[in-house]
Design a protein. Sequence first.
Length: 480
Amino acid sequence: MIVTRHISLDKDCIDKIEPYVRRHNGNFSAAVREIIERAGKYSSLKNSSAIDSSLFKWMLAEMDGRLVPDSVLDEMIDPVLINSMRGLEEYIKHRIGELEWDAGLSLKCDNDSSPSSALIEIKGTPQKVKFVACILSQFIVKNSPEHASLEIKSFNNVGDCIKIELSRSSKKDAQNSLITYFGGMDEAIRAIKNKPAFWKTVIYEHLLSNYSMVTVHRNYFEDLLAGKVPMGEITIETMAKKPIQEIPLKEMLSLIKEVYETSRVVDRVEVDRESLILFHNYRNADVIDKLKKSLVALLEANGHLYDAKSTANMIVLTHRPDVGIKINEIVENLKISSSRMDQELIMFMAFLKGLKNIPDIPLSLTFLGRKIGKSLMQEYESEKCIKVWNLETFQNAIGIIDSKLHRESEWKMDTKNLLYTVKRCDIAGEGKMYDKYVCHAIRETFKGAMSYAFGNQAELDIKKLLSHGDNLCEVLIRIP
């Protein structure tokens, strides 16, 4: 039944009703019905604050680290009614008064309708203040226009007072700032709710083992099973959202700490300026050595050279930028004539012969060798106009390099495998007289050349090495 009544409204009431009328395309009756419906909901919300205080405190505590769903936020603060920062401040103050919360609010900005900066200050009971700060910040970010979004730049919580500074930024950065300061648990809780059985089992296993479980990427685990030195760069790059070469060193060290601690690969990681100290409980020396090599390789992929030393329960990584500079000088000095490949080989031989006279270089021969191997292949590729590398072109290039280094080598090839055997290497020496540093540098040069030619497609299987007491070196190259 429809009841018709005549009512009188002053201008203040009409101004408040006007947004609802516009939303209902001028239908005044529909606008009034919505206002009445919302008033009923607000009344229920107000009455709900009369629940047991301990239960209410628990509910607020459980909201910490979570954002209010947009639909709930719109019910709490109707965006249709708010068209200015002053109006928002007055509305929140009114709602605080309705809920009978002991909290004071101050919202200052440089422009009431389109601010480029704002300062929020809230005082009162810590849990209630944090909740008010959350919904107020969320409302501002959610309802600010795309071209004039406000990002949370600072958040100070001291005692019973919270101060939040916002300034103009992109919508994406504004949303991210909300997650950083108020919604840190949102993604984790959504993940748990999406797969509760999985996460319940994972958490139970970690608790049962006193956090001795190790959680690593499948590729990392695959490398371990294959006997390779795993790097873990996939996890690092995924978290950084950029290639490993583009990650600044400070961020890289922080990511290593986060990844290695949370995966439980090590117990604890300490970052001391540009050095890393990793604490672990591994007992097998080979395992510790592989972990050490993995970290050195990871940092080399990032473009930084590190010394690594290990004790019973620690691995210490020390940054050596001086060595990196020296290596770059050596590689650049190789490229000094028009016949670059020949000139590089001559310079490389001279370097290998005087290797012991260059302090600290043996510490980073892996990095040096691979850079030179790549450089040699680039010059050969340019001189021979090679478009695509295959086993035959690779064999020809290495054959030329071997002849210049006075190495006797032999090749056996089928469609997908290449067996490469070095029978004599004058520059590295033989038997007990061989130089392990020279041998290592040449071997890494070969790996660098192979990596340049085939990328990740080729696998290297070392059959024999002089350093293992054999009379020759023998490696098998596999192409999938």
